[in-house]
Ligand binder design. Structure first.
Ligand code: GLU
Length: 461
């Protein structure tokens, strides 16, 4: 072990196997400047030393090098007219990362920060996450640097139609099946499905997931990521003989993942006292009023600052700042990557954090993860804890393929079973590889081995 400065300039402990270091060095070299992708690859490779000691054939078959290289990367122009007739040009992406286990599967993100490095980190993570679900889905991710904030419904529709006019030729229910992510919800999926149907003249329901219930969507898909993360944390708490009952919980974000995390946490007896958006956070010591958050975010599509104004006494809004300053026993980051820094992690630990479940993709920086691990916090990495969303997408594909539609109860029962099994697989794998309770190691190894075994069987392709 030795210290090293990472891409963000902070000192961290590095423990990468000597045989894997050249692979990482090559990934960093040929993907220069893609900090988030480097971070995601480094974390997985740090977990694989124990795997190659047990299965040296993964090295001979260059499986790690192959897994770090996307199968295909598509970058395209997306021109569209705003309501005043002015032309805008955005950039569209789809990274088809790995199809050893099934068609590429993963969401589309519309956010001004989107670039190829971010889509690659998300596609890489998605590959292992999807493997952990044990359902037949490969990994992919896409999106655009389009900023939906402040855009009218007709502008959003024109953008989605233009985006799909290029993307449709790369998709198909047996090829690549996108869904939503940040900035892409049911409305956007509807516009994109409409344009796909028009261009192909095929009602191919299984080509997109996260669809509305009116045209082939799955019940419980909207709730799935948040409910799944909460069930995962519930399973972790149970290993220490405790539950959500009476615990103070902070949930960052106020989008789809955050809303349904709060709903399930409250269901299980937890007290959610804070949530946020990109402008700031609200603290409500009486417990967040979820009906009000839903009204503000899902109906009015307004800012979370409105919460304090409408709720009145007891609630206050803090512009900027860090939501992780709010003392809590359980943290559920559900906003975006790298939202918990080392400093935030130290504050959370000092304030008595017991467990953390990552609802967002890679919300904790590497130094934050080190701090949680050495403090003995129950830490659920996103690729395991937030897999409920994509798992339910795969259940949506099953319903579409069989032209069937399940009840909410049936779907939630399947989802709860999948989350329990992901939890148990991660715990058992960590134990098998000599690191009991280390869910990061368990998730990385279990996900990697599933994909690597399939790739090995398929030959050098
Ligand atoms: N964007 C979600 C994720 O990060 C869901 C992807 C999907 O349903 O395909 O897993």
């Amino acid at each position: 072990m030795n210290g090293e400065f990472d891409e963000r300039g902070s000192l961290r402990v590095v423990s990468i196997d000597d045989k894997l270091q050249p692979i990482l060095t090559e990934v960093l070299r040929r993907n220069a400047g893609e900090a988030e992708f480097h971070q995601a690859v480094r974390e997985v490779l740090e977990s694989l030393g124990r795997v190659i000691a047990k299965h040296p054939h993964y090295l001979d078959q260059a499986l790690i090098e192959r897994i770090c290289e996307p199968e295909r990367q598509i970058i395209f122009r997306v021109p569209w007219h705003d309501d005043k007739g002015q032309i805008h040009i955005n950039r569209g992406f789809r990274v088809q990362f790995n199809s050893a286990l099934g068609p590429y599967k993963g969401g589309l993100r519309f956010h001004p920060s989107v670039n190829v490095g971010i889509i690659k980190f998300l596609g890489f993570e998605q590959t292992f996450k999807n493997a952990l679900t044990s359902l037949p889905i490969g990994g992919g991710k896409g999106g655009s640097d389009f900023d939906p904030k402040g855009r009218s419904e007709t502008e959003i529709m024109r953008f989605c139609q233009s985006f799909m006019t290029e993307l449709f030729r790369h998709l198909g229910e047996y090829t690549d099946v996108p869904a939503g992510d940040i900035g892409v919800g049911g409305r956007e999926i509807g516009f994109m499905f409409g344009q796909y149907k028009r261009l192909t003249n095929r009602y191919e329901a299984g080509v997109l997931t996260g669809k509305g219930l009116a045209y082939g969507g799955s019940r419980a898909r909207k709730e799935a990521t948040g409910y799944g993360n909460t069930w995962f944390v519930e399973s972790m708490l149970a290993t220490r003989g405790t539950t959500f009952e009476g615990k103070r919980v902070v949930v960052s974000g106020s989008g789809n993942v955050a809303i349904y995390t709060m709903e399930k946490v409250m269901d299980l007896g937890g007290k959610v006292i804070a949530c946020s958006d990109s402008g700031g956070y609200v603290v409500d010591e009486n417990g967040i009023d979820l009906g009000l958050v839903k009204e503000i975010k899902e109906v009015r599509r307004a800012r979370i600052s409105e919460y304090a104004r409408l709720r009145g006494t007891g609630a206050h809004y803090i512009a900027g700042g860090s939501i992780w300053d709010v003392p809590c026993e359980v943290a559920m980051p559900s906003a975006t990557q790298n939202e918990i820094t080392g400093k935030d992690a130290r504050t959370l630990v000092k304030n008595g954090l017991v467990a953390l479940g990552e609802g967002a993709n890679m919300p904790s920086t590497p130094d934050a993860i080190q701090i949680f691990r050495s403090a003995g916090v129950l830490f659920a990495p996103g690729k395991a804890a937030n897999a409920g969303g994509v798992a339910t997408s795969a259940l949506e594909m099953q319903q579409n393929a069989s032209r069937d539609s399940w009840t909410s109860e049936q779907t939630q029962t399947r989802l709860a079973g999948i989350m329990r099994s992901i939890h148990d697989t991660c715990a058992a794998t960590a134990e098998e590889y000599g690191a009991p309770g280390d869910y990061v190691l368990g998730a990385n190894i279990a996900g990697f081995v599933k994909v690597a075994e399939a790739m090995n069987a398929l030959g050098v392709i």
